[in-house]
Design a protein. Structure first.
Length: 461
């Protein structure tokens, strides 16, 4: 910066603050009075009294304006506090409380505009966080509701205050700096349902899932014999003591490892039913993690695009679920193709024991990547694997459209081709012992949890 620029800089900073932050705004009342005055002056000119009315009216308006501005509180008298939760779930509304205080008692009308971060929106008020009302005394509390449409880490920066009173001709504006952070997590309702459910049942998306253990090697407890139980599990000693048939209940071994791979590539940024694919996969992955951790298993997460973005080693317990959530809540998709080679090579180096490997990705990426199959075949030799993809509802609709002309017939034929490509890939991978689930978005969580519980009940993890 040159010397002349340094000399002019304080002036520019003062003008910027005056014009952008602390300027005075005319009220509708002043605008109406100005219009009335203009009409009176116009009539006055017709009566040869225009100049007298012009100077008299504008002098009175100027005097009353100076009085009105002088009666308003000074900007430096104001201070504000904001109360908001440190964390919330995406698309879940919450309240923000603004506590406005001043050094001297005043009675003014106020308008508060909070600096909402990107992706936040007001509830029933549009996109600008505005709270308004009468401020009396030295303290006032104002509340508004908002919600975040995207997960991530955000900052509420400043609050703009406009206030007017007395004659109501002018509004003063002041910008109050108040930075506060908030973390927006994925929708954890499925996770809470799992954690709040009974030991032998699960609640996912409002559905209660009961799982009777069909096999296992760890003794759990002795219970009454019921019709259909295998006779080989009858506990004859307990039956002799109680004079009724008792049977042993077994459960699969605990301490198995579940590894979740999250594709953060280009295709995972496509929106389905108001959510991008990556959001759906993160919510399903965390729900599966909560189920596995509650079953006593260990869970790890690896997120990747063309590079490794996040890796959390295997761990167990509710504290580890919190660690997993913190690691993935701010994940964003990248505008690149996913590198399965990079992710699976890193996973092979990190695996210390047998693990159930679940890959959340996109069918289009599966179809056009040649490096996935060799790695999956090597991993499958010692680890159960599962590939997941979200079904495309647009293809589903296009296949069923009425081919009324050549244009619609062409669309239908292309949709049929893509649909058959997906089915063929699933069939080929199944023939190689690698299951692939291509499911609708609203069934992803239930499908992956059922797949895990089926393997768990068979002691196949």
């Amino acid at each position: 910066m040159t010397k002349s620029s340094k000399t002019r800089w304080p002036l520019f900073r003062f003008l910027g603050k005056l014009l952008l932050h602390d300027f005075v705004v005319p009220t509708p009342r002043l605008i109406i009075l100005t219009i009335i005055g203009s009409l009176a002056i116009a009539i006055g000119f017709l009566l040869q009294l225009g100049m007298y009315i012009f100077w008299a009216y504008n002098s009175l308006l100027l005097i009353f304006s100076l009085i009105d501005i002088r009666l308003l509180p000074r900007r430096r008298e104001w201070s504000i506090e904001r109360e908001l939760p440190g964390r919330t779930d995406v698309r879940q509304s919450f309240q923000v409380q603004l506590q406005l205080t001043t050094r001297q008692p005043h009675t003014v009308q106020i308008e508060l505009m909070d600096d909402l971060p990107r992706s936040f929106e007001m509830i029933n008020r549009g996109h600008k966080a505005t709270a308004s009302g009468v401020f009396q005394g030295t303290k006032g509390t104002y509340i508004y509701a908002t919600r975040a449409e995207e997960r991530g880490h955000y900052t509420f920066k400043r609050i703009v205050l406009r206030y007017y009173g007395g004659l109501g001709l002018w509004k003063k504006q002041v910008r109050l700096e108040l930075a506060q952070e908030i973390r927006v997590y994925p929708d954890l309702s499925a996770v809470r349902g799992v954690l709040g459910s009974l030991q032998n049942s699960l609640i996912l998306e409002g559905n209660r899932i009961h799982r009777k253990q069909r096999s296992g090697s760890d003794f759990h407890y002795v219970r009454d014999y019921t019709e259909g139980d295998e006779p080989r599990y009858i506990n004859w000693k307990a039956s002799a003591r109680t004079a009724k048939l008792m049977t042993n209940e077994y459960r699969p071994e605990k301490g198995k490892v579940v590894t979740l791979l999250l594709d953060c590539g280009r295709m995972m940024g496509i929106e389905l039913d108001g959510q991008v694919k990556l959001d759906r996969c993160i919510e399903a992955a965390l729900a599966l993690a909560s189920v596995a951790l509650k079953q006593g298993d260990q869970v790890s997460i690896l997120a990747f695009s063309n590079r490794i973005k996040v890796y959390v080693p295997p761990g167990k317990g509710i504290a580890h679920l919190h660690e997993l959530t913190e690691a993935v809540y701010d994940l964003k998709h990248d505008f690149v193709e996913p590198s399965y080679n990079t992710a699976l090579a890193y996973l092979q180096r990190s695996l210390k024991k047998r693990s159930f490997i679940v890959l959340f990705s996109d069918m289009e990426s599966y179809l056009y990547d040649n490096g996935l199959l060799p790695y999956m075949q090597r991993l499958r030799r010692g680890n159960p694997v599962l590939l997941l993809s979200l079904g495309d509802p647009l293809l589903h609709d296009w296949v069923r459209i009425q081919a009324e002309d050549s244009h619609h017939a062409y669309i239908q034929s292309v949709a049929h081709k893509f649909t058959m490509d997906r089915k063929r890939y699933i069939h080929v991978m199944a023939g190689k012992g690698i299951p692939v689930l291509d499911v609708p978005a609203d069934q992803l969580t239930l499908s992956v949890v059922n797949a895990y519980l089926d393997l768990k009940s068979k002691d196949a993890l």
